[in-house]
Write a protein that binds this ligand. Structure first.
Ligand SMILES: Cc1cc2nc3c(=O)[nH]c(=O)nc-3n(C[C@H](O)[C@H](O)[C@H](O)COP(=O)(O)OP(=O)(O)OC[C@H]3O[C@@H](n4cnc5c(N)ncnc54)[C@H](O)[C@@H]3O)c2cc1C
Length: 532
């Protein structure tokens, strides 16, 4: 069963090992023991529904609570501390395009705000119903998970857009194919959600981000059905797919998507390497990207993330042995870990590995071909469960991300980490903050930042601390010319910063496009962009 409070399946836990607790207490302080509101008490907060009756809609309070929030830090405070104060008035679980169309017509007739719900994994406030205004209907696409068509000639598969990661890959694997889109939320996040938030999978370096994978699709919009052209490539004017990508449900509901797929790879491996410091590691990673090595993933952690990964692994003895070994080879306290993936044929992988090893060694790096890479791979969808245990211990954890050109990435990283580290100086609250480069391009890379701090006794204060850090980091990102989001999207949390990237003309184009498709403003009102 999916958790109502926190991330993931309620049968899965990721305990914080004792040495890791001691480490966190040393770095950020002793956590407060805080109560957690019960789900029963949360359900009591759900008000009566304002929706007219419809056969596809349930107004069950637990269903409405389950669809009230996503996974933003804000959402967590709401759900764990009981601050949640806006709920969808009902939830519908359509199974066909016709039913989606019917729900849109119902919303138009009754003046209802619609919020499509994929996996509920949004981390930027995409799913929060407005506090006032018309009633809200959550349209959960979880029952739309079928493989509609597999075209082996074209290497394309059409899915209903509510399909989640495991369901999608299981259906393709039976036929020897793979999409290869693996965001860390893969267990729950959905194809439709990936498309409208421009998601990026961990192995995007090989498989591509969602943009190139999305070949075509079908939407139900308030102005009627919309089929995207289905052509391998077109020079006939602007590409309509790019209006849908990143539209965050403002233009309608994606009901089907045709995706470019590949044959399953012959083999796949994940390995590690170490560099003596972040600057050297980042230079090597840039060289790797610009040499266009055939890797599937590159992820360079900074020294603090490397150390924290060691501490949270629960493998104290192994870590101590590893550190001694690394020290002997010149990888001391500032060591940074690179995890890389090889996905393809044996021959391609062997060649890429040899080329990478050459770059690593010429940047004072050291290859580690056992345990670490495979351990990272095995735990990659489990790691987010740590956020639950940390929260219950008394620590709040959030992440943010950007992309910057190579010539700004190192300074940008320092500035962002500095902004977060000192945002709670007035409260004398230390923050554990670390980062990694995880998606690389020939002209730049993405920077993913994790920050951990103590929850306050007053949940409003926990929120206030988060707002300070998030705002300080977002300001620094936009000052540096970085994007406010490389992969999570805009939602509510990043909305105030969108105009820095798009400019005023760009904002008008987005606004006018939404208004053309949705003149009555019934689709996910208030997210992505304001209308005044
Ligand atoms: C633990 C964790 C790890 C994550 N890791 C990554 C990562 O590695 N890479 C990454 O890119 N993101 C990541 N994210 C963010 C999140 O998973 C992505 O934004 C994802 O694409 C959201 O998909 P979803 O199906 O869960 O959408 P939801 O959260 O359900 O919805 C997000 C938005 O999409 C809209 N929407 C959903 N389905 C449709 C549809 N069919 N038609 C129209 N609108 C729709 C919703 O209305 C909402 O506005 C992570 C989140 C978590 C919690």
């Amino acid at each position: 069963m999916k958790r109502i409070q926190g991330w993931g399946n309620s049968s899965i836990d990721y305990p914080v090992p004792d040495p890791a607790r001691a480490y966190l207490e040393k770095v950020v302080g002793l956590p407060h023991k805080l109560p957690i509101i019960s789900v029963a008490d949360l359900i009591k907060k759900v008000p009566p529904s304002r929706l007219p009756v419809h056969p596809l809609i349930t107004t069950d309070p637990e269903d409405r609570l389950r669809h009230a929030r996503g996974q933003s830090l804000n959402d967590w405070v709401d759900m764990y501390d009981g601050l949640v104060d806006s709920f969808p008035d009902g939830v519908a679980y359509p199974e066909t395009d016709d039913q989606v169309r019917d729900l849109i017509q119902y919303a138009l007739n009754a003046g209802v705000n619609l919020i499509p719900y994929g996996g509920g994994s949004s981390v930027v406030g995409h799913l929060t119903p407005p506090h006032d205004g018309p009633p809200t209907l959550s349209v959960d696409l979880g029952k739309m998970s079928r493989l509609v068509d597999l075209n082996e000639d074209n290497f394309e598969a059409t899915f209903q857009a509510g399909v989640n990661g495991p369901q999608l890959e299981a259906q393709l694997e039976k036929h020897g194919f793979i999409l290869g889109h693996f965001p860390q939320s893969w267990e729950y996040s959905s194809l439709g959600g990936w498309i409208v938030t421009r998601s990026v999978g961990q192995q995007s370096y090989h498989y591509g981000r969602i943009e190139p994978l999305f070949a075509s699709g079908h939407l139900e919009t308030p102005s009627g059905p919309m089929d995207l052209p289905h052509i391998p490539k077109s020079a006939a004017g602007p590409d309509l797919r790019h209006l849908v990508l990143g539209s965050e449900a403002r233009m309608g509901i994606v009901t089907q998507a045709t995706m470019r797929i590949r044959r399953l790879p012959e083999e796949e491996h994940f390995y590690a390497a170490f560099f003596p410091d972040f600057e050297t590691g980042a230079t090597a990673v840039r060289k790797i990207a610009q040499s266009e090595l055939a890797l599937s993933m590159v992820r360079l952690s900074d020294a603090m993330e490397t150390e924290t990964t060691f501490q949270l692994s629960g493998e104290e003895t192994l870590v101590n042995i590893a550190k001694k070994g690394l020290n002997l080879f010149g990888q001391g306290a500032e060591r940074c870990m690179l995890i890389y993936g090889l996905t393809g044929s044996k021959a391609e992988n062997r060649l890429a590995d040899r080329q990478l090893s050459h770059i690593v060694r010429s940047h004072q790096g050291m290859m580690v071909k056992f345990y670490l890479g495979e351990a990272w791979m095995k735990k990659r969808f489990l790691t987010p469960y740590l956020r639950n245990t940390l929260w219950e211990l008394g620590y709040a954890l959030d992440t943010l991300e950007t992309a910057l050109p190579w010539d700004k990435l190192q300074d940008g990283r320092k500035a962002i980490l500095h902004a977060i580290s000192y945002a709670l100086e007035a409260e004398n609250e230390p923050v554990l903050v670390f980062s990694h480069i995880s998606h690389v391009y020939t002209n730049g890379g993405s920077m993913y930042v994790t920050y951990l701090y103590r929850r306050a006794e007053d949940p409003q204060e926990t929120l206030a601390r988060w707002i300070k850090m998030k705002t300080a980091a977002s300001q620094r990102i936009t000052q540096m010319g970085g994007t406010i989001s490389h992969q999570h999207g805009v939602g509510l949390d990043h909305k105030p910063f969108l105009h820095f990237e798009k400019g005023m003309a760009g904002m008008d184009i987005i606004r006018n496009t939404i208004s053309t498709v949705d003149p009555n403003g019934i689709m996910n009102t208030g997210k992505l962009i304001d209308h005044d």
